[in-house]
Design a protein around this ligand. Structure first.
Ligand SMILES: NC(=O)c1ccc[n+]([C@@H]2O[C@H](COP(=O)([O-])OP(=O)(O)OC[C@H]3O[C@@H](n4cnc5c(N)ncnc54)[C@H](OP(=O)(O)O)[C@@H]3O)[C@@H](O)[C@H]2O)c1
Length: 275
């Protein structure tokens, strides 16, 4: 696999910041909702593979503006799949546990039936459907609670916890125990994708770090590492009033065993990018 012949969409995003190969594009150089531009750019570079990372990832914004969510995540992905088909490129799409309904008692496997419960999940699910419909040579790689990007790009749970405990006045924080997920390092995800591309794998792969955790477990891990004197109070999710419905079980398990534990990945992330 010649990684230099890969075109990346959404290259300025969190996951994109760990991609150290190929031609990176961003919203200015390649707007995935503009089919004409997509076909032009893809035909210009004629990549062997397209790593499609561009998305609207703000789950609450998707809930407030579903049309926008579908425009970026479903139609945008359809456009990219169409371009990949036209030039015969392999397509790698990063999808999410949010395509599942969260009612299963154990972590979701690759072949479990999708049943998205919010607009973000449904718009990403339609992205998957477009790819399966149009292409044969694709990788759909699913992640759950993603972390990465450091102070500049992390806007998710880990950054929110760190930003709270930066304030020396804070002596305690609350974190929910009834939401379970599979923390996924953006850096490890990119390594996993490279591994699958090297092997010319096809199909659907869950690629979280190994192990599952509650939000409380993740918060406790961060606090034990950075400010162990802060108290973490367990609460349930009704305590926080959010726009998008959160599902109970965000857990994923992979059919392949290539990812290290979330604790090892998180410890490295905190040490290398936050301390
Ligand atoms: N983060 C997670 O927890 C998570 C979990 C599972 C799966 N995923 C998936 O992983 C992939 C990468 O996520 P990420 O965390 O790197 O997200 P991110 O940091 O939000 O990056 C997404 C990038 O896409 C760009 N973008 C938005 N609209 C675009 C458009 N019309 N054309 C081209 N680019 C556009 C964004 O640009 P602007 O910032 O300028 O809008 C941003 O740079 C996404 O497909 C996401 O759905 C993420």
């Amino acid at each position: 696999m010649d990684f230099s012949k890969t075109l990346i969409t959404g290259g300025d995003g969190m996951v994109g910041s760990y991609v150290d190969f190929g031609v990176k594009t961003n919203k200015r150089s390649l707007d995935i909702t503009d089919l004409k531009e997509v076909l032009l750019v893809v035909n210009k570079y004629k990549p062997k593979a397209i790593l499609h990372l561009a998305a609207e990832t703000d789950v609450d914004r998707c809930e407030r503006d579903p049309q926008f969510a579908y425009f970026i995540n479903s139609i945008g992905t359809y456009n990219i799949a169409l371009a990949a088909k036209q030039i015969g490129a392999k397509l790698v799409y990063v999808s999410t546990n949010a395509i599942f309904d969260g009612k299963k008692k154990t972590p979701y496997q690759e072949n479990d039936a999708p049943n998205p419960q919010n607009y973000y999940g449904h718009s990403k699910f339609l992205g998957e459907a477009a790819i399966k419909e149009l292409l044969e040579d694709y990788l759909i790689v699913r992640a759950s609670w993603m972390f990465g990007g450091g102070p500049a790009k992390d806007q998710k749970f880990v950054a929110k916890i760190i930003n709270q405990i930066k304030n020396p006045e804070i002596k305690e924080i609350k974190a929910v125990t009834d939401q379970i997920g599979a923390p996924t390092s953006g850096k490890d995800l990119v390594k996993g994708i490279k591994f699958l591309l090297e092997k010319d794998e096809k199909g659907i792969f869950n690629l979280p770090n190994s192990g599952i955790a509650s939000r409380y477990d993740v918060a406790k891990f961060i606090i034990n590492t950075l400010r162990p004197e802060v108290n973490v109070i367990p609460v349930d999710s009704s305590y926080f009033n959010l726009d998008a419905k959160r599902i109970g079980n965000d857990g994923l398990i992979s059919k392949i065993n290539i990812m290290r534990s979330w604790q090892d990945a998180m410890a490295e992330y905190l040490k290398e990018e936050w301390i």
